[in-house]
Every structure is written in C-alpha cells, then in structure tokens.
Design a protein around this ligand. Structure first.
Ligand code: IMP
Ligand code: MG
Length: 180
C-alpha cells in the first residue's frame, strides 16, 4: 500500500474538471451517432472510472463490453500488443466506440482499431487523455478529453505499478517515485 502524501507533484485534473470533460465528450459522442446505435468497448483496467462516468452521462442505453491488452515484454521491448481478453461478440456491421484512458505511443489503439475493422465493425475511439508527443505510430483519436504533455499521470484509472487507480482525480508523480 502506498500513502499518497508528498508523492504527487501536482493535481493535473481535479474531479470537477473531469466531470466537465465527460459531459462535453458525452454530448459530442451522442451528437455524432444521432439515432444510430453503438456499443462501448472499454480497454481494461485503466478505462473503468472514465467509462462508467462517461456512459452515465449518455441519454440512452448503451451495451458495455471489455477487452484487455498487454504490451509484450520480451528481452527486447518490441512494443508488440497482445490481446489478453477478447470480445465474446460478433461485431460485424456494428458501431463500436473504444473507450481508452490514454493514447501515448498509439500502438495499443492502432492495433485494436485494425483488429475490429478487420472483423467488420465501424470503429470510433474516445480517450480521456491524449499524450500526442508520445506517438510512435500515427493515430488520430475521434473524441479527446484533454491533451497533456509528456508527464506520467496516476489516479482515476491510471496506475503506477497497479497503485493509485482508485483516486478521484489525476495527478503527476514526483520524479523520484518512478523510473521508466
Ligand atoms: P500506447 O498508446 O500503446 O503507448 O499505450 C497507452 C497505454 O500506456 C495506456 O493504455 C496506459 O495503460 C499506459 N500509459 C501511458 N501513459 C501513461 C501514464 O502517464 N500513466 C499511466 N499509464 C500510462
Ligand atoms: Mg490502458
């Protein structure tokens, strides 16, 4: 267990601002789909607080599904993405909205988008945060909560070594608390 006193640099986004971002995103997404149905596919685990809060702001029912990815860790860091938990659903002809916590290198989402498009889905992506400076693979996100610089964030789904996901705000860790 980690005590959180003195280990954060600063609160980057407080809960009030998160709620505001989510209200705007919910409106943008519903305006985009109009009367068309769509279902949400969350990328575990980081998406959870965001996905729950975002979908509660829709004025309609949406089905929720979850997948899980991991970055392959071999002796060489190839950045290869593995699907640890797949969708148990035929997405052919369906509108799916992938819900991510953050886009950094772009590897996870370009892999996932390609996968679901190859299965016949119409795919859009919403991310709470976009670290555009981190891109290794070009990837444009359809709906963005907020663009952030190249800092490491924790809280509201974001973890460092599985800690801090439960916090209701997003903070940056002091440099001495992480290595990467
Ligand atoms: P990428 O776009 O494939 O590099 O993957 C982004 C994934 O890396 C996210 O889904 C997060 O799990 C993780 N990630 C990237 N930046 C951060 C951060 O600042 N804090 C916590 N996790 C991060
Ligand atoms: Mg993630």
């Amino acid at each position: 267990m980690k005590k959180i006193n003195n280990i954060f640099d600063k609160i980057l986004i407080n809960h009030k601002e998160l709620t505001k971002l989510e209200k705007r995103l919910a409106r943008e997404i519903e305006n985009y789909y109009g009367d068309n149905q769509f279902l949400v596919v969350g990328v575990l685990k980081g998406c959870l607080p965001f996905l729950i809060s975002l979908t509660q702001k829709f004025k309609r029912s949406v089905q929720q599904y979850f997948i899980k990815t991991t970055t392959f860790k071999g002796t060489v860091n190839t950045g290869k993405i593995l699907l640890e938990q797949d969708l148990n659903l035929d997405v052919n002809g369906k509108n799916i909205l992938i819900v991510e916590d953050i886009v950094d290198s772009g590897r996870t989402l370009s892999y996932l988008k390609e996968l679901f498009v190859s299965r016949g889905a119409n795919v859009k992506v919403v991310t709470l945060l976009d670290k555009k400076v981190g891109r290794v693979v070009p990837f444009d996100v359809d709906f963005i909560g907020k663009e952030i610089p190249d800092v490491f964030v924790v809280g509201y789904g974001f973890d460092y070594d599985e800690e801090f996901r439960n916090l209701p705000y997003i903070a940056t860790l002091k440099k001495e608390y992480y290595t990467r």
